[in-house]
Design a protein around this ligand. Sequence first.
Ligand code: UDP
Length: 334
Amino acid sequence: MNALVVGGAGYIGSHCVRQLSAAGHRPVVLDNLVYGHRGAVAPDVPFHEADLGDEAAVRAVLTRERIELVMHFAAYCYVGESVTDPLKYYLNNVGATLHLLKAMLDAGVRKFVFSSTCATYGMPAALPLVETMPQHPINPYGQTKLDVENILKALAAAHGLSFAALRYFNAAGAAEDGAIGEDHDPETHLIPLAIDAALGRRPPLRLFGADYPTPDGTCLRDYVHVDDLSRAHIAVFGRLATPGTGLFYNLGTGRPSSNREVIRAVERIAGRKVPLVAALRRAGDPPALYADSTLAQRELGWKIKFPDIESIIATAWQWHSTHPHGYGDRKPKP
Ligand code: UDP
């Protein structure tokens, strides 16, 4: 499959590019390099530096590269920022995505794999989350992802677009060979911050809330290895053959870890303490989120290679401890 990976220089996109190559597909990357890293993509992968909202540029790439399917990872993903700057999120995550979709339809490309999120569910009605549960996002980030899911349904009905919306839980970890990994700027995620705190590269980790109604009082999350996520994107290809297909899958391990359990696992792997300070709950954090991914496992044959938090953190540790400055290309953000 000739697959255009939009946002292929980002965290999950870049891992997916490598998995595509490993599976014998031909990835082509389109990325504007605002948050992405050129160094995250191998030099032999065709790379187009362009914005997904630039319809003419995207159309030209789709045609020239004979693209059959588009995978879309290029979204802003900071929940807190989406609350303070919702326009930025709607303009990019929804607005620019509409242009991408328009360019695809114009070019006759009708297969689409979309990075959605468990944040579309909002406060879970019950746990574990299954795909048919109500979706009521509690922040603009989750809302933008749900908006795109709904747009995709309309395009499937009207234009025969076939799509899969993959609702990720907490993506974590790094490539097993240590070649690529997570490099967010700013970094807001628990695992990289805990690792950096253990290494003394950052201030002590602020633990947001220890008074949740959970066994140890800290939030429960479902961490899923970025390469497991990537493999699900490829496993879905075979189900997009029929025009107008719309698929929705949760991608998580179904094994929640509390924030304290994550910190203890980092300490075991790092062989040192994670300096901690107690902090108030972070606004918009549900106490617990974890997936029922039975559907993806049954329908896609999706197999989770990293089912436990230690094996996921071990790969993250390998990357972060050997890449103190990530890809070494930090730049000012718009
Ligand atoms: N968290 C924390 N301190 C931090 C960053 C995150 O206590 O500096 C907590 C956060 O409140 C949540 C969990 O770690 O309960 C996972 O947060 P993360 O931002 O990694 O992912 P999210 O679940 O928000 O997508």
